[in-house]
Write a protein that binds this ligand. Structure first.
Ligand code: AP5
Length: 222
């Protein structure tokens, strides 16, 4: 008998490693990765009305208004692939109102992963981050350098990856995170994120295996 697909949320400060861990999680568990920041950057790149408005907020390290984000994420979550394979929601919800909007749709995670990384480390991670526009892979000049010179030559940087902007993003994170955690208290695991990415993944992997196992068990008659 096939069990219900996994539903996972992952949160943490800017550059805490959400995107990096999502690559590893999707590779092993086949979940559909839905990143609010990636959906927004796609709107910005396409120059849509929502994209133009979103960029103003992203430039300031502020949360993009719910009227743009809530529908955007909801529509992606309800698509067939995410419903069938399960989903991994990255960087959403980021405020009490976003969490409440999901609760109202009865969309709840099996597990809420919080990556815990001290603030001092985050600035260096942001400044060294590079992205491969061809594969979408995340690199770091020091911690996760590109495999070949060809890849190195095509790497890009995000417009909000400056020291000044990451400090604003961090402030926004600290202002909102507690309210979101309060909604998911029963399903949170806090993972130490300032270790090598493989070590961080091993902790997440162990937690996901437990969740999968408990979902596979038939509900016993009490
Ligand atoms: P978003 O794109 O979500 O950015 P963020 O939360 O600031 O997170 P990042 O993508 O910067 O970092 P990450 O945690 O994924 O780290 P990564 O794996 O890349 O949001 C951007 C903006 O969009 C927001 O500011 C807001 O304006 C808007 N927005 C997004 N969601 C929204 C929402 N729900 N509501 C409203 N507005 C929203 O890693 C970072 C670097 O560190 C990389 O170089 C990586 O190689 C390296 N690294 C990763 N892990 C390790 C490790 N273990 N050791 C050493 N280095 C590591």
């Amino acid at each position: 008998q096939k069990s219900e697909p996994l539903k996972i949320m992952i949160a943490g400060a800017p550059a805490s490693g959400k995107g990096t861990q999502c690559e590893l999680i999707t590779k092993k568990y086949g979940l559909v990765h839905i990143a609010a920041g990636d959906l927004l950057r796609a709107e910005v790149a396409q120059g849509t009305a929502n994209g133009k408005k979103a960029k103003e907020y992203m430039e300031k390290g502020m949360l993009v208004p719910d009227e743009i984000v809530v529908t955007m994420v909801k529509e992606r979550l309800l698509q067939q692939d995410a419903q069938e394979k399960g989903w991994l929601l990255d960087g959403y919800p980021r405020s009490l109102s976003q969490a409440t909007a999901l609760e109202n749709l009865q969309i709840r995670p099996d597990l809420f992963i919080l990556l815990d990384v001290p603030d001092e480390i985050l600035v260096e991670r942001v400044i060294g981050r590079r992205l491969d526009p061809v594969t979408g892979k995340i690199y770091h000049l020091k911690y996760s350098p590109p495999e070949t010179q060809e890849i190195a030559n095509r790497l890009t940087q995000r417009f909000d990856d400056t020291e000044e902007k990451v400090k604003l993003r961090l402030k926004t994170h600290h202002q909102n995170v507690e309210a979101v955690l309060s909604i998911y208290e029963e399903v949170i695991i806090k993972v130490k994120g300032d270790l090598p990415k493989e070590t961080v993944f091993a902790d997440i992997d162990a937690a996901l295996s437990v969740v999968l196992e408990s979902k596979a068990k038939p509900i016993s008659a009490a």
